[in-house]
Design a protein around this ligand. Structure first.
Ligand code: ZN
Ligand code: ZN
Length: 555
């Protein structure tokens, strides 16, 4: 894109067609602006892998024209990829104080703190970046410092909402800024690029204050220990946990690394001012059970998180017993039902009360329901709606809702679509390469790397390794050696002999000349072993064949 190119382009590299992995780009007059840089959790499709990110190759190629990464808020699905892929595009980062504190932690852990120019933008701050003028507009969300971005260009204004909801009392951050949003609408907004996560909720998202009142009632009069689990990033909910403890005469214990990390960042940036003093885990074990409120991580049933560990009785100091209560002050994220169900069963079988959002009013979402979206469209009145931050079905429903609100142009983007936004609407003009990267061990690699295919196959189908030693003429110099992993042979000894026979037969059947070529031998043995495994066990394992020769073959 040249500097004389007056077009305003929008390009999502992640987050359009999926929830999480938000990486959005804007281009104008030859310069690029990145909004958010996220990660997502890997799930079963990537065995042994924790994190997935969008492939930044496109912007890596344009990095000389990339002016900065502007971060809307500090959720992992908006900042999580920074320490892992920042080196690919190396640009300055802009964020408000609490978000910047979380990013600083990540950069320090990755050893990047001295290299990244991290600019702290004040609340509702504005700054210019080349042809863009960016103003932060504070909106309620399920973490502190949720923001929309007002991005002004010579082509018009884009309102990039970030994650948001309207909350008459969010406890932290501003009350719903309807006046500011109406004023923005009065000035004229060309396009609104916005959050679609909760478009299927016909109502409002709901208020943090209402959850606080309800949680106090839910906790009053309980006799055992109370465990309250939520996303650590929900600073208002942490504040509420402190108030619940105070109202019910309990001491707070914090469990889980991210709980400690977020409370530290929140206090450092002026939040959680009234949070009660936290009791040490060991001291808590000596205090009557009805005087303790444990605030902990693990609300999605994560196996290694604090809640799962105390539920399995693996914590050094704190245990749960009959009549204790565990409150899941959180949404059950689709896909986590199974692992959470197992955790609920562990708790229930120990006669521990389990309360989720299905049993009592203990949670509200941080994303707009239909009522919030309608208010937002009424106030901002963009010419164009571009729904993002959702799966295809969310984006389509959001576009339909926007049209219902009188927005004439609503375009559903897909990752990699280069979209021109102008007075006549939003139109796809080109494609950018997209893909996914994964963090595997400490390596960031493409998600379709052969190593992942091999691992998936090994984890599902098992693995056989055969070591073949050949004479100079290509005949076997010794019995083949085999290692078998994860195959359901009823009589392993007999199966092993059959595998050996299969190797021998494969080599015997080859023409003498074929045996002199390692590739031929490898392929012949592999096919033969796989055929046997399919016939005997109905499995199609990965097969590795190692060939050694006593002498180099003479061709
Ligand atoms: Zn968020
Ligand atoms: Zn998000």
């Amino acid at each position: 894109m040249s500097k004389n190119d007056d077009r305003l382009l929008f390009l999502p590299l992640g987050g359009s067609g999926e929830i999480g992995m938000n990486l959005n780009l804007y281009a104008h007059k030859g310069k690029w602006l990145m909004v958010d840089c996220e990660m997502s959790f890997a799930g079963d499709h990537f065995p042994g892998v924790d994190l997935v990110f969008p492939d930044p190759t496109f912007i890596e190629r344009e990095k000389d024209q990339l002016l900065g990464l502007v971060v809307t808020h500090g959720h992992e699905d908006h900042i999580g990829a920074i320490p892992h892929i920042w080196r690919r595009f190396e640009c300055p980062i802009y964020a408000t104080p609490f978000t910047a504190e979380l990013i600083t932690d990540k950069l320090a852990e990755a050893g990047l703190l001295d290299e990244v120019a991290l600019h702290i933008v004040e609340h509702d701050g504005a700054f210019g970046l080349g042809p863009f003028t960016i103003t932060y507009l504070a909106l309620a969300h399920s973490t502190a410092e949720g923001h929309g971005l007002v991005i002004k260009t010579s082509q018009g204004t884009v309102f990039h909402t970030g994650d948001w909801k309207l909350d008459p009392n969010p406890l932290i951050g501003p009350i719903c800024p309807s006046d500011k949003l109406k004023a923005l609408g009065d000035e004229g907004v060309l396009a609104m690029v916005g959050d679609s996560t909760n478009v299927f909720n016909p109502e409002n998202a709901g208020s943090e204050l209402a959850v606080r009142d309800s949680l106090i009632k839910v906790c009053e009069g309980r006799t055992g220990r109370i465990v309250l689990t939520t996303f650590a990033s929900n600073v208002a909910r942490l504040d509420t946990a402190g108030e619940v403890a105070r109202a019910t005469g309990r001491h707070v214990v914090l469990l889980g690394r991210s709980m400690q990390r977020i409370t530290k960042a929140a206090k450092a940036t002026g939040y959680l001012k009234n949070f009660p003093d936290v009791l040490d885990e060991e001291d808590a074990s000596h205090i009557p059970r009805d005087k303790i409120l444990i605030l902990c991580t693990g609300c999605q049933g994560e196996n290694r998180a604090a809640l799962a560990r105390i539920a399995r009785n693996e914590h050094k100091h704190l245990t749960l017993a009959a009549d204790d209560t565990v409150i899941f002050s959180s949404k059950i994220i689709p896909g986590n039902e199974l692992v959470l169900g197992q955790l609920f069963n562990v708790l229930a079988s120990n006669k521990i009360n389990v309360i989720t959002e299905k049993d009592a009013f203990v949670h509200v979402s941080g994303h707009p329901g239909q009522a919030d979206l309608k208010d937002m469209y009424d106030w901002v009145r963009p010419q164009i709606a571009i729904p993002v931050h959702g799966e295809a079905r969310h984006l389509l429903a959001h576009a339909a809702l926007a049209r219902g609100c009188g927005i004439n142009h609503a375009l559903v983007p897909a990752n990699g679509d280069i979209i021109e936004i102008n007075q006549s609407g939003a139109h796809k003009v080109d494609d950018a390469p997209v893909g996914r990267m994964i963090l595997d061990g400490d390596q960031v690699i493409p998600a379709d790397s052969p190593s992942i295919g091999d691992r998936r196959r090994a984890s599902q189908q098992g693995f056989v390794t055969a070591s073949i030693v050949l004479e100079e003429d290509g005949t076997l110099a010794a019995d083949p050696q085999l290692a078998v992993l994860g195959l359901p042979a009823r009589e392993p000894g007999i199966f092993y002999d059959q595998l050996m026979d299969a190797c021998e037969l494969a080599i015997d059947r080859m023409k003498p000349k074929q045996r002199l070529n390692d590739g031929n031998v490898e392929e012949g043995v592999r096919v033969s072993l796989r055929r046997l495994c399919r016939a005997q066990l109905g499995k199609n394992p990965g097969v590795a064949v190692l060939i050694s020769r006593l002498e180099e073959p003479v061709y």
